[in-house]
Write a protein that binds this ligand. Structure first.
Ligand SMILES: C[S@@+](CC[C@H](N)C(=O)[O-])C[C@H]1O[C@@H](n2cnc3c(N)ncnc32)[C@H](O)[C@@H]1O
Length: 213
């Protein structure tokens, strides 16, 4: 389910920070060469992430789910100087492509990539992070959220992607499939969690933004 009409989506894009030529090339290469290219955030969500980064001015970002590096490059380009973004992915096959675009974006000193299962890597990372972007396997969203909260500075933010799950979280009258149920449970958990203040932004597939108190 598309939350916004194509016309509105285009209008929003035309009135937001533009995707750089490099990011547009990365997006095109992802759609040409990589399986499930729709996992990539896209220009509107990329510009939203970049603006949130400009507002928060995080010194350290953790991204869970690199894919081809599209969202990492959007966020890293908006970070203050001297800051660092660590991005994790279990899939080694995309590494070469990710590194190529990080080099071309001249962000080698800002973005550090790590390969492996996020649940194993996160506990080994130095803390704190000021912003954590959760965008990997949905089944582990609550686990990532708990680990992220532990590593987050006070006042820091968690942003979790796909929390509207193509609108399926509000489907009534039929039993939710496993991933939909995971996301419904995740949203309900965050909503009642007294450790955070949260807002669900209906951007693209839904961004849950939670600030640690
Ligand atoms: C939706 S994509 C990330 C998209 C990217 N953030 C963007 O917007 O361009 C999800 C990624 O999570 C990765 N992933 C899935 N399970 C993982 C795990 N257990 N640990 C680390 N990464 C994982 C997948 O390999 C995939 O590349």
């Amino acid at each position: 389910m598309q939350l916004l009409s194509v016309a509105i989506e285009n209008y929003v894009r035309e009135h937001s920070i533009s995707e750089t030529l490099l990011l547009s090339e990365l997006r095109r290469e992802t759609y040409l060469k990589v399986l499930m290219p729709r996992m990539l955030s896209g220009p509107v969500q990329g510009s939203v992430l970049a603006m949130l980064v400009r507002m928060v001015r995080p010194q350290r970002i953790l991204e869970i789910g690199t894919f081809t590096g599209y969202s990492a490059i959007w966020m890293a380009s908006a970070m203050p100087s001297g800051s660092k973004l660590i991005t994790l992915d279990i899939n080694e096959e995309l590494s070469e492509m990710v590194q190529k675009y990080i080099r071309r974006a001249k962000l080698q000193d800002v973005i550090e990539t790590k390969i492996g299962h996020a649940l194993e890597i996160i506990p080994t990372l130095e803390e704190p992070f000021d912003l954590v972007f959760i965008d990997a396997d949905k089944i582990n969203y609550l686990n990532y959220y708990e680990l992220a909260l532990e590593k987050l500075s006070s006042g820091g933010f968690i942003i979790a992607d796909n929390v509207l799950w193509h609108g399926k979280v509000v489907d009534s009258g039929k039993k939710a499939d496993a991933k939909t149920q995971v996301l419904k449970d995740f949203n309900a958990f965050v909503q009642q969690d007294s450790r955070v203040e949260n807002v669900l932004l209906p951007i693209r597939d839904g961004l849950m933004v939670a600030q640690k108190k």
